[in-house]
Design a protein around this ligand. Structure first.
Ligand code: BES
Ligand code: ZN
Ligand code: MG
Length: 495
């Protein structure tokens, strides 16, 4: 990860590059961070000569001084459009440019004002993530060169904020690595190792792993059905963090951990199937949330459950037409073995409530229909509680992780009716595919439980970069859920 520091001013400073952010068409430019008056004048005239307007996305690299080799001007767009996300975006642009220029150290002003420090850090850390990959001989040009970033700031609690943000992003980046790593490495057993790594470091954390035998004793047949066609043993992984022993309130974060989704007997077409290594993105996010919350020492109690299995068409695989009984006694007729995420989540949700969790969030790459509806732009949210949903949506506006709530009318339940048992696992007419996924999960939620379901099928894994989001894994929902739990710990809402 980037080494991040702070400097009070740029006098006597040595750096490869200094980045400054300018609003569109402002008559006076804040060029004070350029310590040498002669260079400052030159930059001022170059802004005119090169027609730099300060528009969003505009970049200009200029010659600096002996100590600060180059100066990068970044357009901020119109002042009235200033936002946290804009600040994340311009930092991303500066870092990308620094890496293209093969620079090792960057000094950056905090765009707009010190109150955007966190957002500047977020932009920088989002931008500088890079997956290692598996090259025999790596093309050295591929590697990011930037190692050090210093902000020009007099913010009092600077290092406290830096440390907290870095703790969060070490969890975010870990989560991305898990999703980017292929399924021959990231198996359910590998997710168990990840949970062990988290638990090993913290006395307030307790780990329980249910193997297939344990799960059978608990009658988790819905969960077990999915992994039956695979040689990889399924694992139900439970992490418990006790950050507020005086309180009875227990939060639950549950992740879909399908380490590879071939579709099973209802097998998927070959084209694009390799993307299904990312079908454990929900569990990677849940583990990321848990790692961040326990590392930050938030004053809450949290249980994280990862329902990990591989969905394969082996000779023991579950089949269309099978009737399976979940751990709460509800019976499910299998219409499609490719609707496996909801099968593993059903038993995980029941178990979380058995452990006493009353405020739940589940995260899952659940439906292709979610990509049809919202593309790669927004996560779909479904909930049985307006208040809990609003708390999440509030948090997501704060973090910039775009989310959209879908309706949960009773009429949708019709689509899950079976002739022979309590429900089917997928409606063959595909109507309202994402909502039906949510409706299925809702059948495993008790009356007094507040619950949010997040369908991240479109947002967890990108085939093209979008602003500060890189291609491939995004670790989406980690930042929003950590922020949500932070708000819960403080008993406050985001404005
Ligand atoms: N993992 C998939 C959903 C998915 C598709 C995620 C594409 C990311 C990208 C899920 O298990 C699945 O196969 N869902 C089925 C549900 C259907 C059978 C009701 C789907 O979307 O086709
Ligand atoms: Zn799946
Ligand atoms: Mg599937």
């Amino acid at each position: 990860m980037l080494t991040i520091g702070g400097v009070k001013d740029t006098k006597r400073l040595k750096a490869d590059l200094l980045s400054i952010y300018l609003f569109e068409n402002s008559k006076t430019h804040d060029l004070d961070p350029i310590p040498d008056p002669k260079t400052k004048k030159k930059v001022e005239s170059n802004i005119k000569n090169f027609h730099f307007k300060g528009k969003s996305g505009e970049l200009l690299v200029l010659e600096g001084t002996d100590d600060i080799k180059r100066i990068l001007l970044v357009g901020m767009g119109k002042k009235i459009d200033l936002s946290a996300d804009k600040v994340r975006g311009v930092l991303d642009q500066a870092i990308k440019k620094a890496n293209r220029l093969k620079v090792e150290s960057l000094v950056s002003v905090i765009p707009a004002a010190d109150k955007y420090l966190v957002n500047a850090l977020e932009g920088a850390l989002l931008s500088s993530y890079q997956f290692g990959g598996f090259f025999q001989k790596e093309d050295t040009d591929r590697r990011y060169t930037l190692k050090r970033l210093d902000f020009v700031t007099t913010a009092k609690n600077f290092y406290k904020i830096v440390n907290e943000t870095q703790a969060l992003f070490s969890a975010v980046n870990r989560s991305k690595d898990l999703v980017n790593t292929p399924s021959n490495i990231v198996t359910p057993s590998y997710l168990e190792l990840e949970a062990r790594d988290i638990a090993g470091k913290n006395k307030k954390v307790q780990l329980t792993v249910l193997d297939e035998k344990d799960a059978e004793q608990l009658k988790m047949y819905s969960f077990l059905a999915v992994g039956r066609g695979s040689a990889e043993p399924s694992k139900m992984i439970i992490l418990n963090y006790s950050g507020n022993p005086k309180s009875k309130q227990l939060y639950g974060v549950i992740g879909k951990g399908i380490t590879f989704d071939s579709g099973g007997i209802s097998i998927k077409p070959g084209h694009g199937m390799r993307m299904m290594k990312a079908d454990m993105a929900g569990s990677a996010a849940a583990l990321g949330v848990f790692r961040a919350v326990s590392n930050l020492g938030l004053k809450i109690n949290l249980v994280t459950i990862v329902a990990a299995a591989e969905n394969m068409p082996g000779s023991r695989a579950y089949k269309p037409g099978d009737v399976i009984t979940a751990s709460n006694g509800k019976t499910i007729e299998i219409t499609n073995t490719d609707a496996e995420g909801r099968m593993v989540l059903a038993d995980a949700l029941v178990y979380a409530q058995k452990l006493g969790a009353t405020k739940l969030v589940d995260i899952a790459t659940l439906t292709g229909a979610c990509i049809t509806a919202l593309g790669n732009v927004r996560t779909a949210l479904m909930s049985n509680s307006e208040e809990w949903a609003e708390a999440y949506l509030d948090s997501s506006r704060h973090t910039g992780e775009k989310t959209w709530q879908l309706p949960m009318d009773d009429e949708f339940d019709e689509l899950l009716k079976s002739d022979i048992c309590d429900m089917i696992n997928a409606n063959e007419n595909k109507k309202a595919g994402t909502i039906v996924g949510g409706k299925f999960l809702e059948k495993f939620i008790e009356k007094n439980t507040e619950w949010i379901h997040l369908d991240i099928a479109g947002t967890a894994y990108l085939d093209a970069p979008s602003g500060y989001l890189h291609k491939n894994a995004t670790a989406v929902t980690v930042r929003t859920i950590v922020n949500l739990l932070r708000n819960e710990a403080k008993g406050k809402k985001d404005s």
